[in-house]
Design a protein around this ligand. Structure first.
Ligand code: HEC
Length: 131
């Protein structure tokens, strides 16, 4: 087989990618799996919610027609815990989801924010299930 790059070139390119902080995004399936493992028990297998737990497929509808990405990211990385009208019921903390490689996410107004890959994958999954 013809080799286009030498092993040494490949190693160098790999180092550059690491230095640039390019963490490849997790697959959409990864977000779905994380949701089943960590969220479905309360929010339902399809994110449809329950008596004390909000429906996550109507986030966009309930937040003025636009998926509320900053709120979701804040909620998931713990900044927005307990800031909701659902008295008595609270989101648990997900410390283990906050570990692992970081990836940069483009947010509103051209800003970007480094976030754990798992949080980003969950956010992408939630965006994909909006009605
Ligand atoms: C123990 C039950 C429970 C688990 C597990 C849980 N949640 Fe929640 N979640 C809640 C409750 C209760 C609320 C409403 C109170 C609040 O916003 O803190 C909520 C609120 C939310 C909201 C805000 C919804 C809105 O309409 O404002 C998002 C987004 C969310 N959860 C995502 C998730 C994700 C993603 C996971 C898995 C990583 C998860 N939740 C796991 C109980 C849970």
């Amino acid at each position: 087989m013809m080799q286009i790059f030498s092993n040494r070139t490949m190693a160098f390119l790999g180092m550059l990618a690491l230095l640039a902080g390019c963490t490849p995004a997790l697959s959409p399936q990864a977000g779905r799996d994380l949701f089943s493992q960590n969220c479905a028990a309360c929010h339902g297998g399809a994110g449809q919610g329950g008596a004390q737990v909000p429906n996550l497929t109507t986030l966009a509808q309930r937040y003025g027609g636009t998926y509320p990405q900053s709120m979701v990211l804040d909620k998931l990385d713990g900044y927005a815990r307990g800031q909701n009208a659902y008295a008595g019921a609270e989101m648990p903390e997900f410390g283990h989801l906050l570990t692992g490689p970081l990836t940069r996410v483009q947010t509103a107004r051209g800003l970007s924010r480094p976030l754990p890959q798992h949080i980003v994958a969950l956010d992408a999954y939630l965006q994909s299930v909006q009605q």
